[in-house]
Design a protein around this ligand. Structure first.
Ligand SMILES: Cc1cc2nc3c(=O)[nH]c(=O)nc-3n(C[C@H](O)[C@H](O)[C@H](O)COP(=O)(O)OP(=O)(O)OC[C@H]3O[C@@H](n4cnc5c(N)ncnc54)[C@H](O)[C@@H]3O)c2cc1C
Length: 400
């Protein structure tokens, strides 16, 4: 029985900590990286799921009398609350793993996820206090309620307090520019003086054309130089948010939350990039900043795209390569037979990466961003080629 009770407390403790991982807090995100935090959040969610279900199952197996906790004739409210939590924990887990298969759009999922998480924690705390096991004397009950209350506040802080703070720092769109491969660059200027400061490679959550409290808040890497007075982002037209970028007009209001992320170069390292498609945006910010700051470090870019026509920023990259110490290798998947390319045909693989690896690999930092399969290949390749893992940085756009 003690084991069953312990599972319940452990599940509650994990739920309490989850709001720290999902809340985009500046004091956690830079140290561990957003990808890693989200990955950890997902894994811990699964552990909590097993613990929550393991809690009643273990107790009922030990003593079938515990089934009465689910009996409405014994205690209606308790039976409803515990049945709700059981359904909610299954619901939150299933919709998180199979969100796309359920055709649940990100915004509705996020709302449901937050609501179910808060409800589970609330019922869990009330249940623990009512049962009182290990929670006598009173101060322990109060301590539990305060700790879990703080955790629930973090969720509310992320969803309400922070958007309210962002509302006081609005931006205006000053330019919308079409790019190759159905991408659009949007440039924003702060309406209240200085824009937020960021390090190239970081990203922000953007809200356009509505209040900062909307559910339509999306992450985008800064694409502009850190030396510009404005900030710009480039999105590939994908769905209901990015699909609207082509119709955005100057003077439209936008809100930014950030910066986030640790996909950022150290000042004294040379840079090696493996980028694919729209994954080029954080690299653009780094290269544009290097150009503006007359940075003399070496940089190599392996840039994978399906076809030559769709190579976003192709012309500007060419210009930048004439101004800084940048070597670009275009890797094109579908190259027409009659077309010549000063680069590689096919897909990036370990042999190709090895071919362009610099002679002193430990003076470089390695940045990977692009479609999932490309990132998997590059991560494994760098590992196999003996690159120190501390020098390898990945940014995955599909975090949810
Ligand atoms: C750190 C980071 C940086 C990114 N930088 C860029 C960039 O520079 N350029 C670019 O084109 N894309 C970038 N993305 C991806 C971009 O956020 C999604 O493509 C965009 O949110 C899709 O929204 P949609 O409604 O247009 O498309 P949908 O078709 O609704 O969504 C496509 C997929 O994008 C993801 N997504 C949707 N909404 C959100 C959201 N609010 N938050 C998180 N993920 C979401 C989901 O996995 C979803 O399945 C970045 C993502 C991350 C995590």
């Amino acid at each position: 029985m003690e084991f069953g009770v312990a599972l319940g407390f452990l599940a509650l403790a994990i739920f309490g900590l989850q709001s720290l991982f999902s809340g985009r807090f500046h004091w956690i995100a830079p140290t561990y990286g957003m990808d890693n935090i989200m990955h950890f959040h997902r894994k811990m969610g699964l552990v909590a799921f097993l613990f929550v279900l393991g809690h009643p199952i273990t107790l009922i197996l030990t003593d079938p009398g515990f089934l009465s906790y689910f009996d409405p004739r014994v205690n209606l409210m308790r039976a409803i609350a515990l049945s709700f939590v059981t359904v909610a924990i299954i619901g939150i887990t299933v919709t998180s793993i199979w969100r796309v298969a359920f055709k649940l759009n990100y915004e509705k999922w996020r709302l449901l996820h937050g609501f179910l998480a808060l409800a589970i924690v609330f019922v869990g705390v009330v249940h623990s206090i009512q049962v009182g096991h290990y929670l006598d004397p009173l101060w322990k009950k109060i301590a539990l309620a305060v700790i879990m209350g703080a955790s629930m506040y973090l969720v509310l802080h992320t969803r309400f307090v922070r958007p309210w703070q962002n509302k006081k720092r609005p931006y205006k769109i000053v330019d919308v520019k079409p790019e190759r491969d159905e991408c659009y660059s949007v440039t924003l200027a702060s309406e209240k003086g200085r824009r937020l400061t960021f390090t190239p490679g970081q990203f922000a959550w953007i809200t356009i054309n509505s209040s900062p409290f909307t559910l339509q808040q999306h992450p985008f890497s800064f694409a502009s130089s850190a030396s510009d007075t404005t900030v710009s982002f480039t999105a590939k037209s994908m769905g209901d948010f990015t699909g609207t970028w082509k119709d955005l007009k100057a003077e439209t209001t936008a809100f930014l939350e950030g910066p986030f992320g640790s996909f950022t170069p150290e000042p004294d390292s040379h840079l090696f990039f493996v980028m694919g498609g729209i994954g080029i945006t954080p690299c653009m910010s780094m290269l544009r900043t290097m150009r503006d700051r007359k940075d003399t470090r070496k940089a190599t870019l392996l840039y994978a795209n399906k076809n030559w026509e769709g190579v976003t920023f192709r012309e500007e990259l060419e210009e930048i390569s004439r101004e800084i110490n940048l070597k670009i290798v275009h890797v094109i998947e579908d190259l027409p037979e009659d077309e010549e390319l000063d680069g590689e045909e096919g897909r990036i693989d370990q042999d190709m990466i090895e071919k362009y690896l610099p002679p002193e690999p430990n003076t470089y930092m390695y940045f990977i961003c692009g479609p999932g399969p490309l990132m998997d290949v590059a991560e494994v390749a760098f590992h196999n080629l003996g690159i120190n893992w501390r020098r390898i940085y990945s940014e995955r756009f599909e975090i949810v």
